[in-house]
Design a protein around this ligand. Structure first.
Ligand code: DON
Length: 567
């Protein structure tokens, strides 16, 4: 009898192993790259190598950041960019924290209803595809502003590696080859010329060069920031956008400015977390989510168990409901930021939480703030040998942005305009809805979910983390932080773990394929949760953990071609 039970058990485990093969594979690879003092973790090996070379040369984390950002613009044009924007959160070795916003802005002639037809309905694809989807790019302005404040090596030395990379070319991974073959079908729908992407059928191992981009970067190296916003590159952008029926003018480019912002800083237990402030919702929502679960004893709850998913999903649901109502560009609307993660307010928001059953999103709205009056991306993490740390998330929005590939310029323009709420209650590409706070207005910045974050413990640097993934960015960062802080996982192990996501509307928990057992899903469904098991991964986290002995452990996401390297 015993033997029969044993055989049945083994058979059951084998079946489980097979159906969860990804999960099991991941769990064997749990130790990340370890380095003594400096590290870069990014979406592409070329970019990580270039960033690290700058650090080896004696450059600081900010120098490496600029070189890595531009190297990603060459090696990972899905999201790396000079035609998009992003955010950087930093912590210098003397413990000072800060952030910069080089997010795109709406054009001067943008209007609230620019994506609606005469019946007030959304015009399909107008905010995501083609010249009308483009926001004013901020990346080059951001790089020069960062360099002015923190750069220690000359800017031309930081730009040069990306130029060389563009000229030598990139050897395609399987992932990139597939993406480029798909892109080939889309480009002619938007552009009026044939670019080098369309020359052939791409396969793994092929080399692709970016000669026009190399020329653009050379001009930026030689003539500086103004080359992009006032010079030949500006002219190339404006001419091309206007040829394609877009509304961006030279005045739009001339008036763009990146901005230093006070980051969101808060305490979770004895950890200090610094994350991105508005116009990203990332820091505020992360604070809300962590504060919502802080009173619960997580030592009693297993990782990724029914109860764990339930608790986090309810925190996520409430935070996204607030996001949709309250958050937008702080230069345009007043947001009572601190009140949104005030303990009393959060406690009140969680009052309706019950272990017995799911809250219904249609019965949950944003919270009431006291005294409140009105209202494909990529992440990389860097630590230098001096102890400075940067967390950077940058994007064109969806993969290759608007698909507008600047003729003569060799780079993609973003489709960040879709991050605005084009119509109240109407979901954007990521299914996010918004309200007046995030409506379109000239020169306004669209609300983001990007959450580059830095965690400290007892005054010391502990972790640098962030990810792409649209709305799932915030919930991925939330879970990674908990994996490390509450479940003592290492960095790579934490990155490998399966992730889930709730964003209030649609009222569902999205789960990664193969990451959760059927009993957990069954129990959640029983409590009234609807589960969406789309066959896609959530995020690409690139993070660094400072180990107790001061060494660094990289967590490079196996979900992409991501790479951690250090010395
Ligand atoms: O700023 C945002 O929140 C979005 N534009 C991010 C887009 C993104 O993460 C796409 N990657 N999967």
């Amino acid at each position: 009898m015993k033997n029969i039970i044993l055989i049945i058990t083994i058979a059951f485990l084998l079946v489980q192993c097979k159906s969860n093969s990804n999960e099991n594979l991941k769990n064997f690879w749990v130790l990340g790259v370890i380095a003594d003092s400096a590290m870069v973790v990014s979406a592409r090996e070329e970019a990580s190598i270039i960033g690290l070379a700058i650090l080896q040369k004696g450059g600081n984390a900010f120098d490496a950041m600029i070189a890595t950002e531009l190297a990603l613009a060459v090696s990972y044009p899905i999201a790396g960019n000079i035609g998009g924007g992003g955010f950087m959160v930093y912590r210098t070795n003397d413990g000072k924290t800060g952030s910069i916003d080089y997010r795109e802005k709406a054009p001067i002639t943008a209007t609230k209803n620019m994506y609606l037809d005469e019946n007030g309905e959304m015009i399909k694809g107008k905010s995501t595809f083609g010249a009308m989807a483009v926001g004013i790019p901020g990346t080059i302005a951001g790089m020069f502003k960062i360099h002015k404040k923190f750069g220690s090596l000359p800017m031309n030395e930081l730009i040069q590696p990306a130029i060389e990379l563009a000229k030598t070319g990139i050897v395609l991974s399987e992932n990139l080859a597939t993406r480029y073959n798909n892109l080939k079908m889309e480009l002619p729908k938007v552009n009026n010329y044939k670019s080098h992407f369309e020359e052939k059928n791409w396969k793994k191992g092929d080399t692709i060069k970016y000669l026009k981009l190399a020329e653009t970067l050379e001009r930026i190296r030689d003539y500086g920031r103004n080359e992009f916003y006032r010079g030949e590159t500006a002219q190339l952008i404006v001419n091309y956008i206007q040829e394609l029926g877009g509304i961006i003018t030279l005045d739009d480019l001339k008036s763009y400015k990146a901005k230093w912002r006070k980051p969101i800083t808060f305490q979770y237990k004895d950890f200090k977390i610094t994350s991105m402030s508005l116009p990203s919702s990332g820091g505020i929502c992360l604070a809300q989510m962590l504060k919502s679960i802080e009173p619960f004893d997580l030592t009693e709850i297993n990782h990724n168990s029914t109860e764990y998913i339930q608790l986090l999903a309810e925190a996520e649901r409430r935070s996204f409901a607030d996001r949709a109502h309250y958050l937008g560009d702080p230069d345009f609307i007043d947001v009572a930021v601190d009140s949104l993660f005030d303990s009393k307010y959060i406690k009140n928001r969680m009052k309706s939480f019950s272990w017995k059953e799911a809250t219904n999103s249609s019965e949950l709205s944003h919270g009431i703030l006291k005294g409140y009056e009105s209202d494909e991306t990529t992440h990389y993490s860097i630590v230098d040998k001096y102890g400075n740390a940067v967390a950077v998330t940058t994007t064109l929005n969806t993969g290759f942005g608007s698909n507008v590939y600047v003729r003569g310029g060799g780079f993609f323009l973003n489709n960040e305009m879709d991050d605005f709420s084009a119509k109240p209650g109407e979901p954007n590409y990521f299914g996010l809805i918004g309200s007046e706070a995030n409506s379109i207005a000239p020169q306004k910045r669209m609300l983001s979910s990007m959450t580059p974050s830095i965690i400290e413990h007892n005054g010391n640097l502990k972790m640098i983390v962030g990810t792409p993934g649209g709305s799932t960015i915030i919930t991925s960062v939330f879970q990674i932080i908990l994996n490390v802080i509450e479940f003592n996982m290492g960095m790579q192990e934490s990155v490998n773990k399966a992730r889930f996501h709730h964003q209030w509307l649609p009222d569902e928990i999205r789960m990664e394929p193969n990451g959760f057992d059927s009993m957990t899903r069954f129990r959640l469904k029983n409590k009234g949760y609807s589960i969406s098991e789309r066959n896609s991964m959530i995020g690409r986290v690139d993070a660094i953990l400072v180990l107790p002995d001061g060494k660094l452990e990289g967590g490079a996401d196996y979900r992409g071609d991501d790479k951690a390297i250090g010395f």
